[in-house]
Design a protein around this ligand. Structure first.
Ligand code: HPA
Length: 295
């Protein structure tokens, strides 16, 4: 879509999925929620099969993605496509059940747009979750991995293009996944009896799963888990100065690491099987998050 100037016939692009439209979306969410709206302690994106956490959120206002200005409708099965405002462990949160992937044809900027909306709603912390294939040989389906760092093999940046007023032009990425929040995740896991391992996540474009040769390459590059999301979101979160925590649910051994074929239905099933542990972990983590003022 574009605006055509009558005098010149020049077509200027409409404002894309940047800071301006994020404010429009956040204003819409605030208006929908009304007086009950509080500044969230964090924004959470729920990955494939992990949407059950949405049912742990109390005092909810649920807004379909299709109502949120600037959001496309989610197209992947297993993604409900709802923005949920409410409380988790009695603390205000905003969660997104569903996300936008680059493999759906979205730009990296659009894939990361929901994080801009979470930021515009005041969330100082971004919690990402995803389903991922285990590249580390000792990973088994159902394991939960705290993302310690990532490799961007999507070869696109959501920050490419004109600088958004809210962004840093050259954000530091030496600690994209906040060290203190990672410790907090481990502490929360300990409290609720959920074991966690740290690892490196690699984002690929997809939508085809990797070949065994690609997985062997990733292993040599030091990758522990591979998926098709999260990286653009985390880059934008860092450019906005948000602190990031992220968890991968290992839904399968990556291609060639077992004799199983890969399919999305199995990925969803493992996500659902691990859901209770994931929910307990994130609920405890949110309970322990520092108050925004002390972040
Ligand atoms: N590869 C990429 N993405 C994934 C996988 C995988 O093996 N499992 C779940 N998401």
């Amino acid at each position: 879509m574009s605006t055509v100037f009558a005098t010149t016939g020049f077509a200027a692009p409409e404002r894309g999925p940047g800071a301006f439209n994020a404010k429009v979306a956040a204003d819409y969410v605030r208006a929908r929620v009304g007086a009950q709206m509080r500044t969230p302690v964090c924004g959470i994106v729920l990955g494939s099969g992990l949407g059950g956490l949405a049912d742990c959120i109390a005092e909810t206002v649920r807004i379909p993605f299709s109502h949120v200005p600037g959001f496309p409708t989610a197209t992947v099965s297993g993604h409900a496509g709802q923005l949920i405002v409410g409380t988790l462990a009695d603390r205000p949160v905003v969660a997104l059940a569903g996300r936008f992937h680059m493999y759906e044809g979205h730009s990296a900027a659009l894939a990361a747009f929901p994080v801009r909306v979470l930021h515009a709603l005041g969330a100082p912390v971004y919690i990402a979750s995803n389903a991922a294939g285990g590249v580390r040989r000792t990973f088994a389906p159902g394991d939960l991995m705290v993302i310690a760092d990532h490799l961007n093999l999507m070869f696109r940046s959501p920050l490419a293009g004109p600088l958004e007023p809210s962004d840093e032009r050259f954000p530091d990425m030496s600690e994209p996944y906040d060290r203190a929040l990672r410790t907090l995740l481990h502490d929360a896991g300990h409290s609720v009896g959920v074991s966690l391992q740290d690892g490196i996540y690699c984002g690929l474009l997809g939508p085809a799963y990797e070949t065994p040769a690609e997985v062997r390459m990733l292993e040599r590059l030091g990758v522990d888990a591979v998926g098709m999301s999260t990286v653009p979101e985390v880059i934008v979160a860092r450019a906005l100065g948000m602190r990031v925590a992220a968890v991968s649910c290992i839904t399968n051994k990556a291609a060639g690491m077992s004799h199983e074929m890969l399919n999305h239905a199995d990925v969803m099933d493992v996500g659902k099987a691990v859901a209770k542990r994931f929910e307990a972990l994130i609920t405890e983590f949110v309970r322990c998050l520092p108050t925004p003022a002390s972040l």
